[in-house]
Design a protein around this ligand. Structure first.
Ligand SMILES: NCc1[nH]cc(CCC(=O)O)c1CC(=O)O
Ligand SMILES: [Zn+2]
Ligand SMILES: [Zn+2]
Length: 376
């Protein structure tokens, strides 16, 4: 490249860069030069056309076109912790801006969010009453328990809100594990899936649009689907499987919020090992074959390859990603420490999750996104 063509090339790029400041105009060409004359006189484009990429994303709208999927309000599912204390409204210290709420606080809190476009929530029950926990997680499907009452209340109060019920026993068992245990402390798979499918049925019959088992017991998707079919409601309930749910340290704030920390041991014998990509693929295929309607990957940002695998293996079904409590808390902590802007990071993380293949995002940032998406 000659010196003069180099200078001209740089001058042209400066012009293009300046267009960043203006949303709706083409690059300013009134400086005495036009693109045509620049190109004709000094920029060699022969054999080099495909190397010119900047033009394709010079405008903010063109930049947005580079993404296969843009976040919309309908992609978001907002997690809610529903306590059995009707008037409770307690901030969860490890989860900035998130509260544990009783039934009486739920509708007033959600009304403005629904007005802003909230489409879906996922419910987690938090039994705090003394004696509410036992070895079988009996209170999980208590008709007077917080989840079943919340499902009925929200269906009545917000007819267009899509209600997902997380299905697990760990919030309700005295030992804090996600199923029924043998004497040696390991999970009894057969008893666990029988119990968990009963709980899923109770939530579905109470009116949940979607049941989402997060326990990771083998065979729970089939067990739930069969009971839904038997009860004649399989055609009106979405079965979302936490198929690829990894063990690790990112659920800590959630366990504080839900009081579901195991009293002994950990969940590594049923949640997936963080390096287990092949195992995750097998779990995804297994759950698709057992009748899952939506595949979920959890956590999200540390497992983008798994989201991409899920989209490939389940290419004809929606893939959900759960940006979990630890991811959310980390973004808040880093923003507070001045590492980055909270909104910018929340948006970048979500773009990564969508780019990997998800079209549904479970996120504690949902209330903020409802505002941010309204501004655009
Ligand atoms: N099985 C319960 C459950 N459902 C969703 C989460 C985690 C959600 C989060 O961290 O935000 C957990 C916690 C766990 O498995 O320990
Ligand atoms: Zn659990
Ligand atoms: Zn174990």
């Amino acid at each position: 490249m000659s010196f003069s063509s180099l200078v001209s090339d740089i001058a042209y790029r400066k012009d293009a860069d300046r267009s960043d400041d203006r949303d709706d105009k083409r690059p300013q060409l009134s400086s005495g030069r036009s693109y045509a004359s620049t190109a004709a006189t000094s920029v060699s484009i022969t054999g080099d056309i495909k190397s010119q990429l900047h033009g394709g994303y010079s405008h903010p709208l063109a930049r947005s076109w580079q993404a296969e999927r843009q976040l919309t309000k309908s992609m978001l599912i907002f997690p809610l912790f529903v306590s059995d204390q009707p008037d409770e409204e307690t901030i969860i210290p490890a989860l900035p801006n998130q509260h544990r709420r009783g039934l009486n606080k739920l509708v007033p809190y959600l009304r403005p969010l629904v007005e802003k476009g909230l489409r879906s929530v996922i419910l987690f029950g938090v039994p705090l009453a003394p004696g509410a926990k036992d070895a079988l997680g009996t209170s999980a499907d208590d008709p007077k328990g917080p989840v079943i009452k919340a499902i009925r209340l929200l269906r009545r109060s917000f007819p267009d809100l899509f209600i997902v019920a997380d299905v697990c026993l760990c919030e309700y068992t005295s030992h804090g594990h996600c199923g029924i245990l043998r004497d040696d402390g390991s999970l009894n798979n057969a008893l666990s899936i029988d119990r968990i499918s009963d709980v899923a049925m109770a939530y579905a019959e109470a009116g949940a649009h979607c049941v989402a088992p997060s326990d990771m017991n083998d065979g729970r998707i089939r067990a739930i689907k069969l009971k839904l079919i038997e009860a004649g409601i399989a055609h009106q309930v979405v079965l979302m499987s936490y198929s690829a749910k990894f063990s690790g340290v990112l659920y800590g704030p959630f366990r504080d919020a839900a009081g579901s920390c195991p009293s002994f041991g950990d969940r590594r014998c049923y949640q997936l090992p963080p390096g287990g990509r092949g195992l995750a693929r097998r779990a995804i295929v297994r759950d698709i074959n057992e009748g899952a309607d939506i595949i979920m990957v959890k956590p999200a940002s540390q497992y983008l390859d798994i989201i991409s695998d899920a989209k490939e293996l389940g290419k004809d079904m929606p893939v959900a990603a759960y940006q979990v409590s630890g991811e959310y808390a980390m973004i808040h902590a880093a923003a507070k420490a001045g590492v980055f802007d909270l909104r910018a990071m929340a948006e970048e993380a979500t773009q990564g999750i969508l780019r990997a293949g998800a079209s549904i995002v479970v996120s504690y940032f949902t209330p903020e996104f409802l505002d941010w998406l309204s501004e655009k």
